[in-house]
Design a protein around this ligand. Structure first.
Ligand code: XIL
Length: 320
């Protein structure tokens, strides 16, 4: 009843490469993905720019392949994501649509994508990163909120629920591990939506941590307050990055600290009844997004480039 997941490196984006991608071409990668996890999350392949590259064209190839892989291997899938400010196709961001057209575009997208995988997705990140660090809605950056107002968030949940009544529908964000302005904003919004009967079922924190910033000590308390609202909770994109020394190799001390962060996060989730899903954002440093997005940082996952298990791996294993 507990799900240990990994993001699936289906290629593209930070990997800056065309097919063949790790998921299809790296045998060792595939084998570990199959044997060590019972949940998978497409890292990019269900995002708008991949799955809906042109207004009248969807590309389900990789998303289908990942969902089929999961089914064959008895794994559940976390769908990611439907309403986000990032990784949207140009036709959408640069298009000149009326409000009515945009609403129709979002509804059709959700009905099509969620509908296609209906019954095969355990949890959907319906709305991703809708608040900024101060707890304000990203009403400039997020095309949907900007053009259609905050009410569109509830609609997205309603449409997703219509398209797949069995999927658990989540809010997902980073820097909401602990109790802070941003997680407070989710807490309030969630309560409002639940009062209105909107089908919101979960709150998840991504868990992109860094050993420089200290472990977010109120993680368990935060998960628990959402749990008490009756929501499922999850950690969905855990990695723990670090500033790499000149040599490019992390020190033993850094790796131990990292292992401690993974352990603390997993323990917090295990303590909270409705937290039964813990996903790491890739399991090998080889394909991690971290070095590409955070200059000078890396070694964020639980295995090295050559799939050697790091202290974090063993710590997770012994915590379970
Ligand atoms: C990242 C992917 O790992 C990269 O491949 C891509 O280039 C950018 O996005 N929060 C999220 C994820 O919700 O979708 C992001 O994934 C990491 C931060």
């Amino acid at each position: 009843g507990f799900f240990i997941g990994s993001a699936v490196a289906g290629g593209g984006h930070h990997l800056e490469q065309d097919y063949p991608d790790p998921f299809t071409s790296d045998k060792k990668y595939r084998k570990i993905l199959k044997k060590q996890f019972n949940s998978v999350s497409p890292e990019n392949q269900m995002k708008w720019e991949y799955i809906h590259p042109e207004r009248d064209r969807y590309d389900f190839e990789m998303a289908d392949a990942i969902v089929d892989f999961a089914a064959r291997n008895g794994q559940v899938v976390r769908g990611h994501t439907l309403l986000w400010h990032s990784q949207n196709p140009e036709w959408l961001e640069e298009g000149d649509f009326s409000q009515e057209e945009l609403r129709t575009i979002l509804r059709e997208h959700i009905m099509t994508v969620v509908g296609r995988y209906s019954g095969r997705i355990q949890q959907w990140d319906v709305a991703n990163e809708i608040f900024d660090g101060e707890g304000n809605l990203r009403s400039e950056e997020n095309i949907w909120i900007r053009e259609l107002g905050p009410g569109i968030i509830a609609d997205a949940f309603r449409w997703a629920h219509q398209a797949d009544p069995h999927a658990e529908l989540f809010f997902n964000d980073y820097n909401v591990e602990g109790v802070n302005a941003k997680s407070d904003a989710y807490y309030e919004l969630t309560q409002e939506l639940l009062d209105e009967g909107v089908p919101v079922h979960g709150f998840s924190t991504q868990g992109h941590l860094s050993i420089q910033y200290g472990f977010p000590g109120s993680l368990e308390e935060n998960l628990r307050r959402f749990d008490e609202l009756g929501l499922s909770t999850a950690i969905t994109e855990m990695d723990v990055r670090m500033e790499l020394p000149e040599s490019g190799e992390p020190t033993e001390e850094q790796l131990d600290k990292q292992a401690d962060y993974y352990q603390q996060a997993l323990s917090a989730c295990l303590e909270v009844a409705g937290c039964d899903s813990f996903t790491i954002w890739g399991f090998t440093d080889k394909y991690s997004w971290v070095p590409v997005f955070f200059e000078g940082q890396g070694s964020a996952t639980v295995m090295t480039d050559d799939f050697t298990r790091k202290p974090s791996y063993f710590e997770i294993q012994s915590t379970l």
